[in-house]
Design a protein around this ligand. Structure first.
Ligand SMILES: *Cc1c(COP(=O)(O)O)cnc(C)c1O
Length: 407
């Protein structure tokens, strides 16, 4: 059942001080960054801050040379704080306010999400007396799996963007210098990703032709998935990176000015984190054993959400980043005993929805023992409703490569 690694000694030590906590392991983050940086020649990576903006995580990832994929003005500011250069802070999100645009325009690369937003950026740039070099997010006429577009709240439909080029060229205070597409997260089929990248290179050349000048960047978004389920085969990033690197080399031979970016959140930090929670109580009711844990739904919401989704529909389709699959999180028990017991893992909130696992077999847990949950580095603390019920929220701890634990 356990099938995932965690630092038992560090967790037991921290469990003396905290009833619930995350541990993010810097060594894992650095190894993941090295895998990306070392295998995808010609590609620059942007870290999607929304996945985990913990200050120490940002220090490691942004300090380690990754740029920032910012989904809000605050995330832009975090990148600026970390001294990320403007070109490598790409602010792409639907529904930016005028305030967001005004504050971000001089310190980041805005990626316009709609036809209207291009005009609003032009207006702000004009009021500041500058020409904003921006990207546009395209909703392309293809997906990961096919050659038709689909309705989306993100970006500008390819057809509408084609029709808008002439008007964009006439704007005095905006110059479009790049393209962004983010079509899907959490893909574990390397062939699908390669097919998508191929279509992205063609899209970039098509738009460059329409603009009539060399574009400066092509941001291909995310897609690189991680193995959540025990049965998931991880992507082979050496193989994928090698092929992408060759494609980028070809592309850059024809388009030397265009920097290729890939965005990733979960690959960098997803597997670096575990969630640890202590057994607060234990009881038997109508023949079922309930192990009551600190802060489950309100500390690490995704296992509870997964349980809820699958109670309605066992084979529900993924809805990232809220729901991935039925067995996306593994549970480990930090106990010496080898005796096993079938239990329901539940939390300490006053709602029946606060259940993470029903009828699973775990080593026998007693009050005070620690349960560890996997895949808790990305879309974990940030998604959890920690204010609900006014509990003491989980701590977020960072284990440095020198073995120090930073709060
Ligand atoms: C959330 C997001 C990502 C990150 O996705 P991961 O699956 O965590 O890598 C990348 N790009 C955009 C535009 C996003 O919204």
């Amino acid at each position: 059942m356990n099938g995932f690694e965690f630092n038992k000694a560090v967790i037991l030590e921290q469990a003396k001080d905290f009833n619930s906590f995350y541990v993010y392991d810097e060594a894992v983050i650095l190894a993941n960054m090295a895998t990306l940086a070392g295998n995808f020649a010609g590609v620059e990576f942007l870290y999607s801050l929304k996945t985990n903006p913990h200050a120490e995580v940002l220090k490691t990832v942004l300090g380690g040379g990754f740029g920032g994929d910012a989904a809000s003005l605050n995330e832009v500011k975090m990148c600026v704080e970390a001294a990320v250069p403007k070109a490598k802070i790409q602010y792409s999100a639907p529904g930016k306010s005028m305030f967001d645009i005004e504050e971000a325009i001089e310190v980041s690369t805005l990626v316009a999400d709609s036809l209207g937003e291009v005009l609003r950026i032009n207006e702000v740039a004009k009021s500041k007396g500058l020409v904003a070099e921006i990207g546009v997010r395209i909703n392309p006429d293809f997906t990961f799996y096919g050659d038709e577009g689909m309705a989306a709240k993100f970006g500008i439909d390819e057809e509408q963007a084609v029709a808008a080029v002439a008007a964009w060229l006439a704007l005095d205070n905006v110059k479009i210098v790049g393209l962004h597409v983010h079509s899907k997260s959490q893909e574990l089929d390397g062939g699908v990703l390669l097919g998508y990248y191929e279509k992205m290179f063609a899209l970039a050349e098509k738009f460059q032709g329409l603009f009539g000048y060399e574009l400066e960047f092509l941001n291909m978004g995310s897609g690189i998935g991680i193995n959540y389920e025990v049965s998931d085969a991880p992507l082979d990033l050496v193989e994928l990176g090698g092929k992408v690197g060759a494609m980028v080399a070809d592309f850059n031979a024809k388009n030397p000015k265009m920097q290729v970016y890939i965005e990733t959140g979960r690959y960098v930090v997803g597997k670096s984190g575990v969630y640890c929670t202590k057994v607060l109580d234990k009881k038997v009711s109508h023949g079922k054993t309930f192990v009551i844990l600190a802060n489950t739904l309100n500390g690490f919401v995704r296992p509870s959400l997964g349980k809820m989704v699958t109670s309605y529909k066992a084979d529900a389709i993924p809805c990232e980043p809220l729901y991935t699959s039925a067995g996306a999180f593994q549970f480990g028990a930090l106990v010496e005993s080898a005796d096993l017991e079938v239990v329901n893992l539940v939390g300490n909130l006053c709602t029946g929805a606060d259940i993470v696992a029903a009828d699973i077999e775990l080593p026998k847990l007693e009050v005070g023992d620690v349960v560890v949950m996997s895949n808790a580095g990305s879309y974990a603390a940030v998604l959890s409703p920690m204010q609900f019920s006014s509990q003491i929220p989980p701590a977020q701890l960072f284990l440095t490569v020198d073995g120090k634990v930073v709060l």
